[in-house]
Design a protein around this ligand. Structure first.
Ligand code: FDA
Length: 300
């Protein structure tokens, strides 16, 4: 990323909330569950699966975490009521991980239990590295009793290949992604190609050990190589899906769908949209640059 892009990325955080809101509309299904349901119906009509995420992270007390739990429970009610092709993604810190691991684990277990009653699934998102061990512990604990739960591994973390080897042994349902948080170089690869190489090494190991994988990327290099690996290893279609974020690379998403592969879109919604939007805008300096030019009359 160029020096200018680095400046732009930092500047996103200084933008007025209303401006961030305007430019992040394409990444978010709205503030209400109803708006998310209507978007999911549209995607489902095109043969696209979804995972719903009630936005929010890093809550600091039981009251907020309990509220997040109830909001997540309501998602299951809507999935049943509207017969949606959707499951649920959750962030452990939203359910209490930053202050009480056991409390968070209990809340996530209750969500997984509810999901199992309606033949649904919970994906535990992976947050920044201080939470990696605890998130894996929670996943393994709940997986002892429920198979309808999966975890995310981030290819930028140096530890992730080892985590793959360990989690392969219990038959894990993965989402693999590059990773979005700012991590120190001691823990995370910084070089773009090294992250890609690790992604493919992990993916191959997941496949070869018979695990289900959600391949979450918009990087054509990774998608092309995943296609190649699926063919070479003869991976059946019920052992993987592609996953993308709402509002990102819809052309590629349609291509994967037309190629006959299962594709799932991550559909975030809710009142706590700000932190999520900032991360999406920082990933896309082109949009951020446009805002920057307009707000600060800055010429590139
Ligand atoms: P890369 O960033 O190289 O993007 C490839 C191309 O996609 C870009 O060149 C651009 O064209 C386009 N693109 C990417 N982001 C864009 C944007 N915001 N706007 C417009 N175009 C954009 N991370 C994490 O740490 N924990 C998690 O649990 C998850 N969960 C998750 C679920 C799903 C379904 C996806 C797709 C991603 C995640 N992520 C995540 C985020 C992930 O780690 C990563 O940061 C992003 O997917 C971007 O990486 P790519 O592999 O897409 O490559």
């Amino acid at each position: 990323m160029s020096f200018l892009n680095n400046i732009i990325v930092s500047a996103v955080q200084l933008m007025p909330k209303s401006v961030v809101g305007f430019f992040s509309r394409k990444y978010i299904a709205g503030e209400s569950l109803d708006s998310a349901v209507s978007l999911v119906k549209d995607l489902n009509a095109k043969g696209i699966y979804t995972t719903l995420d009630v936005l929010g992270e890093s809550v600091t007390n039981e009251e907020e975490a309990t509220r997040a739990f109830h909001n997540a429970m309501k998602v299951f009610d809507s999935i049943v009521e509207h017969n949606l092709q959707a499951n649920l993604s959750i962030k452990p810190t939203q359910l209490g991980l930053s202050f009480d691991e056991q409390f968070a684990c209990d809340q996530i277990r209750k969500l997984v239990k509810r999901a199992s009653e309606i033949d649904n699934f919970v994906r535990i998102d992976m947050e920044d590295s201080p939470y990696t061990d605890a998130t894996i512990n929670i996943y393994k604990t709940i997986f002892e009793n429920y198979s309808n739960v999966g975890i995310v591994l981030q290819a930028y973390l140096k530890r992730s290949y080892n985590d793959t080897v360990i989690l392969n042994k219990i038959g894990t349902n993965y989402r693999i992604c590059k990773g979005i948080y700012v991590e120190p170089a001691s823990r995370a690869y910084k070089d773009k190609q090294m992250i890609r190489d690790n992604f493919l090494k992990m993916l191959e190991s997941m496949f070869k050990n018979g695990n289900y994988v959600g391949i979450a990327t918009h990087d054509e290099y990774l998608i092309d190589n995943a296609y190649r690996m699926i063919k070479e290893l003869n991976i059946p279609n019920d052992k993987f899906e592609f996953q993308m974020l709402l509002g990102v690379r819809e052309d590629l998403r349609n291509k994967i769908n037309n190629d006959g592969y299962k594709i799932r879109v991550y559909v975030p919604f809710g009142e706590d949209w700000y932190a999520y939007s900032i991360r999406r805008l920082q990933e896309n300096p082109q949009i951020a640059g446009y805002i920057f030019q307009n707000i600060f009359s800055f010429k590139k």
